[in-house]
Ligand binder design. Structure first.
Ligand code: F0G
Length: 392
């Protein structure tokens, strides 16, 4: 029942997913989309909200899909695109999920919402809860959340609680909290959030003029987003709007790579990472709750998974900024680092159309940049000194 507050299947204990009546799965539905702005709600027919007048929105979605010719040229690839999710209202793709999830919280008459987060989910939930007038509780791993994200949760008025543990620990206790208290859980175990996130696939399809990418490269943490994007493409396929599907490529940081390791080993079992570690704190996750959905997405699509080191992540972050003017946070740069590694290994071919999903804005984590570069030079107010400096 869509009005029931439930996160797991009562029979098998697995996560739930939203499925639509087959009557909706017709290509004609897309004619409604044409006159609407590119945004999450352009695709309202395929979003699980009953009353569209009550939508809690901050203008999410409609992010740019940048054709990256300089990056492509550097890698010897013809068609590389970056979907810049940092352009969302709170600076990450999480806003796509929260506009749906927080609207759902209102539909269910909930007064309090909560999540565990490596930073972006909490920033986003805090903003949408503020807009909806709901009380927001966020649990974050102590000392492991990028400054910009922490600041966001605080200014939007969330109750921010630091947990002396990692993200997986924080998620475990917030789940327990929400199972026993009237608090609506908005982590990606909530299937409504993933519905909003699947619009990344719809927008890519729209922005490519109906073309389907050969490969979509996504950084993977708790593994909701790659599952959501795959669901989006599958729905376009089921509706008869596309006649083939992209391969889904999941990228994880070396120190937090249970899914990538499983896929690379061709294993049927996952080995969670007890003490995940990476500079990309957004994806510092050892027990991704959506792992089954993500593994299915990667395998069903004929895709693959790869790991990247912290060094590769930071160097990809710099490269994207310098070649394309796109500043993303380290977790997002993991998808670019993945592209670089795969193309070097011949796993992305020259003529393939590749889309990297850049999940969050670089300004979220300024510390990581300042640590790598010297302080800018300082001079007196004197043009001759300036000219002298510039000539060397
Ligand atoms: N990129 C960024 C910038 C993220 O913040 C996250 C997840 C991911 C990628 C991975 O997405 O979890 O769906 O596989 N951040 C969560 C958070 C965990 O709490 O903000 P995923």
């Amino acid at each position: 029942m869509p009005s029931e507050i439930i996160y797991m299947c009562r029979r098998c204990g697995d996560l739930l997913s939203v499925e639509y009546n087959v009557d909706l799965m017709r290509p004609e539905i897309a004619s409604n989309w044409v006159g609407r702005a590119l945004s999450v709600w352009r695709y309202a027919e395929l979003l699980p909200i009953v009353d569209r007048n009550k939508i809690v929105s901050l203008g999410e979605g409609g992010t740019s899909l940048n054709k990256c010719d300089r990056l492509g040229g550097y890698l010897g690839l013809k068609e590389v695109y970056v979907k810049n999710e940092g352009e969302n209202p709170t600076g990450s793709f999480k806003d796509r999920g929260m506009t749906v999830g927080v609207t759902k919280a209102l539909e269910m008459s909930m007064k309090r919402v909560a999540c565990a987060s490596t930073g972006n989910t909490s920033a986003s939930l805090a903003a949408y809860a503020a807009k909806a007038g709901l009380e927001c509780i966020v649990l974050i791993p102590s000392g492991k959340v990028a400054l910009g994200k922490l600041v966001q949760a605080i200014i939007y008025g969330a109750r921010v609680i630091q947990v002396k543990g990692n993200f997986d620990d924080a998620l475990r206790i917030v789940e327990e909290l929400c199972m026993t208290q009237p608090i609506y859980l908005l982590n990606s175990i909530n299937p409504y959030r993933l519905e909003g996130q699947k619009t990344i696939a719809f927008e890519i399809w729209d922005q490519l003029g109906g073309k389907v990418p050969d490969k979509v490269i996504v950084p993977v943490g708790n593994a909701g987003n790659i599952s959501a994007i795959w669901k989006g493409f599958r729905e376009l396929y089921l509706m008869g709007l596309i006649n083939r599907l992209p391969r889904m490529i999941g990228i994880q940081a070396e120190g937090a790579a249970p899914i990538a390791n499983m896929i690379k080993m061709g294993s049927s079992e996952i080995k969670f990472v007890e003490k995940p570690e990476t500079i990309a704190t957004a994806i510092r996750i050892g027990s991704p709750v959506n792992w089954k959905k993500a593994v299915k997405a990667i395998r069903e699509s004929g895709g693959l998974a790869e790991t990247v080191s912290d060094e590769e992540i930071l160097s990809a972050q710099k490269l994207l900024a310098r070649l394309e003017g796109i500043f993303v946070e380290p977790a997002s740069a993991a998808s670019i680092a993945g592209l670089i590694k795969l193309s070097k290994n011949g796993l992305v071919e020259k003529d393939e159309l590749v889309v990297c999903v850049a999940t969050g804005h670089g300004l979220k984590d300024p510390d990581i940049i300042l640590r790598q570069f010297p302080k800018p030079i300082e001079i007196e107010v004197d043009v001759n000194t300036l000219i002298k400096i510039l000539s060397v």
